[in-house]
Unconditional design. Sequence first.
Length: 375
Amino acid sequence: MRPIYINGRFLTQPMSGVQRYAYEIVKALDERAGAANAGQEWMLLAPPGAPAPKLRAIGFKTIGTRAGHLWDQTSFAHASRGGVALSLAMSGPLFHPRHLVILHDAAAFRRPEHFSRAYGAFHRMAERILSRTARIGTVSQFSRRELAAVLGLDAQAILVAGNGADHAGTAFDESALDRHGLRGEKFFLTLGNLTRNKNLAVAARALGRLRPGAAKLVAVGSVNAGVFGAAAPPAAAANVIFPGRLPDAEVAGLMRAATAFIFPSLYEGFGVPPLEAMANGCPVLSSNAEAMREVCGDAVDYFSPTDDARLAHLMREAVADAGAWRARRIDAGRARVKLYSWRNSARVIAEACLDLAAAAPARGPLPAKDACARS
């Protein structure tokens, strides 16, 4: 069997949903490879300076002298040429003969205004090439349909291996509550890079519709202007707090104390933060973007991402709750989050990689062994 080389460039990138996916899938693949003990070689290759993850069965090596996309196309492409390349974070070598790449969404095509011109142009070009030279995977049925439409593929040829949520809810740190004066206060929480797509402005407008002092809004995340052009978060108001990026345990501590988690995104391929909130016992108010309805089902309350009046109504309901509203939604969320597992998605990805390892170089439909909850 040919060795399987995992593209570790994600190790050098700031943590967001795509990088979270890559980290957790690699951890689950490591557990699977260690348990299988079948002689299949797995190796995680990364650019110079990448931190070494704690792995038992998957090897780790830094290679090359370059970084970024150039590292993908030169160092990683060359080192993995005799085996299977697995790229989990939206990009990889364009002309590798045995390559599985996970494209998380079709946002560069569907929402080009949310990206800098250079970023959007590069990803549209690269994804068109990859659709002809690599096997494509994605994270939801919604993204499968979107990618099939924009890339001219048969949807059934696109593998679906969804996100998980079993990493969430295992550790929490409440220090951020005291640092920002939130202990015992009503507050709503948002999480993610503060970009146009994440649509924080609608949450800020909805907060402004509540009676003065009814609640605060805590927006965890940071702006990446290099990717998202001139986008910036709304001007901070008295009741909006921007704590920046926080460790996972502090985010979990905020989720457990928040009145509700708000996810106002305009476009998502999957949307992990609502599942993380559910895992931490936090009710969720989500935009009705199609992927969010697929992922969250009937476990959350929905609003149009442009309707701050509807969101304000849901926020008032949450603030006025005496306990029953919160309890029902926590129960529904905990049931929903059990549908998603990194282990199941890693199994689907591993089987696809093993198929590539055993086969002659050829592009074709992947087995329909999806790991994605259906609502």
